[in-house]
Design a protein. Structure first.
Length: 141
């Protein structure tokens, strides 16, 4: 049986991305994003819910995320889930699930008000770990 492990998340970067290197010489960029949703409760009231996800990007994608995904920036992340498991000094088991980014789109900054006709123009800056040679020079925010 084939397995599928893919996730798409769209939200805002919560903290400034952190770059580091691995023991194998890979570059890693880690950053959390907040993903919100609004839903209607049984009594008819709308309620907001926010979930936070830790994202790891590697290689050229990591460098692009470090440069183009500051705190507050909207992003769309396509990737896969990875579970890390470990035992602490007392032998207690722990686990954490992270999103390993395979593609990241950087949402445009909305510097103009919503009533401004020019604010309807949207563009996105994207980067993929599969396409490290991407020219980003002619994309506007």
């Amino acid at each position: 049986m084939n397995s599928l492990n893919q996730i798409i998340l769209e939200g805002n970067v919560v903290r400034q991305p952190e770059m580091r290197g691995t023991a194998n010489g890979f570059t890693v960029c880690s950053f959390p994003i907040a993903v919100g949703r609004k839903f209607k409760t049984q009594d008819g009231q709308f309620q907001d819910e926010v979930s936070y996800f830790d994202i790891d990007a590697f290689g050229q994608l990591a460098e692009n995320c470090s440069k183009w995904a500051p705190k507050g920036r909207g992003v769309r992340v396509v990737g896969r889930l990875k579970q890390n498991r470990w035992k602490d000094e007392e032998g207690k088991s722990h686990s954490k699930i992270k999103v390993i980014a395979e593609h990241v789109e950087f949402k445009p900054y909305n510097k103009k008000g919503p009533d401004d006709p020019d604010s309807a123009k949207t563009s996105s800056r994207s980067s993929s770990s599969k396409n490290d040679e991407q020219d980003m020079g002619d994309i506007e925010f």
